[in-house]
Design a protein around this ligand. Sequence first.
Ligand code: TRP
Length: 325
Amino acid sequence: MSGIRPTGYLHLGNYFGAMKNYVKLQEEYTCFFMVADLHALTTHPDTRELKENVHRVIAENIACGINPDKAALYCQSHVRETSELYLYLNMLAYLGELEKTTTFKDKARLQPDNINAGLLTYPVLQTADIILHRASWVPVGKDQEQHLEMARNFVKRFNHRYGEVFPEPMAYNFGEQLVKVPSLDGLGKMSKSENQMATIYLADDDELIRKKVMKAKTDAGPTEPNTPKPDYIENIFQLMNLVSKAETIQAFEKSYLDCTIRYGDMKKQLAEDMVEFVAPIRMKAASIQQDKTYLKKTMDIGAEKARDSATKTMQLVRAAMGLDY
Ligand code: TRP
């Protein structure tokens, strides 16, 4: 089970760090992939753009290879059982631990005029999402580790008080396959919201991709054979590794070693390979996003699968809690 908030645009970091692996997971496991529109309300109370954003995330997920006939691909608010479980779990969550959560503290600092209770209990809602399907594995990045640890604590408390209902959810680690996608400015990773010119989004058009890649930081090139690569050059090679052919990469590696490399040429090549990679995903996502009938049907199917699983869990929960009179 995993979730993604419909705030901001999906980028190459999301693709290589998450979605590409989800596509593999759906072949091996019963998967639930959810668009967290309720979580979005904790930071984005204005809902005018929410529907389009939810549609876009669903469309992009499908364009990236999530198969709605295999995995349950659904929208959080379509599964009302989430809210019920969230309520019960709130009675097991302590103010002290919620206030100590890193993401709460960060967001409270960013929006001092809207430190709402939903922001405080964000990890409780996330726990409800996960354990609603009694999920064991949650494929997420490092930034979600604290939330998962809290989820395990809430589960332990529930099981201890009311009887064993839930497995303890663990982060699903892709190990070797976990790729970090560096940003184009050599400063950190590609990101949903910060530094948009250093991040390639799946919705970027060809010209914008070219422009962003050509702006990537380089220098005059190595002057002595076998010089170690500076970080920002290493990043360009890493990005090539994601989208370019092996021969192309080898040729640039060789020209780096013998100091004949021309970074302008390398970036032009990288830009073209990126365009070739992103364009089909962008076009597929755009055509899905326009097809509101298909989107509705797909989200209905996903919601039904999720509700099916949620209904079963909630029967166990109510029975365990003695709320089955
Ligand atoms: N908190 C996650 C994020 O910001 C999104 C999320 C919501 C989630 N519910 C989840 C992730 C359940 C995993 C499982 O990225």
